[in-house]
Write a protein that binds this ligand. Structure first.
Ligand code: HEC
Ligand SMILES: [Cu+2]
Length: 373
């Protein structure tokens, strides 16, 4: 009992908590979980009480003759009907109340559609703002949504089977290569809702996290505008002779074989640096994301309670140490197999400390700080 209590207590403070639904879909699921849970508790208590009663009531007494057995019977229609019909009725009841939710969750939402792509080991989110079939915003780790809207998700996988789960907003949906799975999420209140890949997908599966950032409609619009402004800004070369310019040159040499910065470089794949990725996160608005590397690391410094550290003017403070270390030696910070297009290369032997300074200066120019709920 003590061990079970301890284990259950461990679930209470986690970031992944399906018992605190924050939107209509998750609430429907939570209601069914509680209903069937309490029914199970009632059955469990009844059975436990019956077992204890029988053990006590029919125990052997010192006066009993060990050869004197109670009457031996075979079959009892009344008892057998009772213990068949009651559980059947309970299961039929659960089926009847569950089915409408199953269909409701599978139906399309009223809001916009966002494309979700799982790949080893991070999530990409693409927004087609004008529904012309081209993605206008491509980002990773942070899935930004407006509150109060049923956002439709088109879930894809670029390699193996993953599973998308943001417990406070809805249940799980697999991402299967070659298939498109539809799903929807919705949040009542602005906030950050944490999620994970929940289908074992290899080496860094446990580090394939994400967060839904639900913003008030005006803030969401501000985020969209900021993303588009970041794309325009990325196309302007940094002033000549600056550290940022040196960083951009290093980026062109070492990084664009995998990463896209919209419009800034001719893609190494021979394309036109369009919004096309799938190998690595699009870095155009890197600074606007709260997390990097499959949301394993915070982009901005946080305190022990998870709140953001603030600079003298109230601005967020970049998590320079971890971001720099990531660029220097990503495989040491997250298990990966870059040789197999799974994860990021290490540059510890290629880049000098000064190169890293320049690259960091350049990365800092990519996008503006995140819009927080
Ligand atoms: C071999 C392909 C490859 C190369 C080359 C590469 N990266 Fe990456 N990079 C990745 C992949 C893949 C990820 C995502 C890793 C993950 O989350 O597990 C990533 C992630 C990142 C991230 C975090 C982005 C985010 O939103 O999670 C940054 C920053 C980054 N790379 C910077 C660089 C820089 C700077 C260079 C050049 C010095 C570089 N990368 C070169 C593949 C590459
Ligand atoms: Cu996974």
């Amino acid at each position: 009992m003590a061990l079970a209590g301890l284990t259950a207590a461990g679930c209470a403070t986690g970031r992944l908590d399906a018992t605190r639904p924050a939107g209509p879909n998750a609430r429907d699921i939570d209601w069914l979980m509680r209903l069937s849970g309490w029914m199970a508790v009632a059955v469990g208590l009844f059975v436990a009480a019956a077992v204890v009663t029988i053990i006590v009531k029919f125990r052997a007494r010192p006066t009993d003759d060990p050869d004197d057995l109670p009457p031996q019977i075979h079959g009892n229609r009344k008892a057998e009907l009772t213990w068949t019909l009651i559980p059947t009725a309970m299961l039929v009841f659960l089926t009847v109340v569950t089915l409408p939710t199953v269909f409701a969750l599978a139906s399309e939402g009223e809001g916009r559609t966002i494309k979700v792509e799982g790949q080893q080991w991070w999530w990409q989110f693409s927004y087609d703002l004008d529904s012309d079939g081209n993605d206008d915003i491509v980002t990773a780790n942070d899935l930004v949504i407006p509150v109060g809207e049923e956002v439709n998700l088109e879930i894809h996988s670029n390699d193996v089977i993953h599973s998308f789960w943001i417990p406070q907003l809805n249940g799980k949906r697999d991402a299967v290569p070659g298939r498109v799975h539809h799903w929807k999420i919705s949040a009542d209140e602005p906030g950050v809702y944490y999620g994970e890949c929940v289908e074992f997908c290899g080496l860094s599966h446990a580090h394939m996290q994400m967060r839904a950032i639900a913003l008030a409609p005006a803030d969401y619009q501000r985020w969209v505008t900021g993303q588009l402004r970041g794309q325009a800004a990325a196309q302007t070369a940094p002033p000549e002779g600056s550290s940022e310019a040196a960083g951009a040159a290093l980026f062109e040499t070492h990084c664009i074989s995998c990463h896209v910065v919209d419009g800034a470089y001719e893609s190494a794949a021979g394309g036109n640096a369009a919004l096309l990725s799938g190998i690595a996160p699009n870095l155009t608005n890197l600074m606007s994301r709260t997390a990097f590397a499959g949301a394993l690391y915070e982009t901005y410094r946080t305190g022990p309670d998870g709140s953001y550290a603030r600079g003298p003017d109230g601005e967020l403070v970049l998590n320079t140490a971890e971001l720099r270390e990531w660029v220097r030696n990503a495989p040491a910070m997250k298990p990966a197999r870059a040789d197999n297009q799974q994860g990021m290369l290490g540059f510890a032997e290629v880049l000098t400390e000064q190169d890293l300074d320049h690259l960091m200066a350049y990365l800092k120019t990519l996008g503006s700080p995140p819009v927080l709920p």
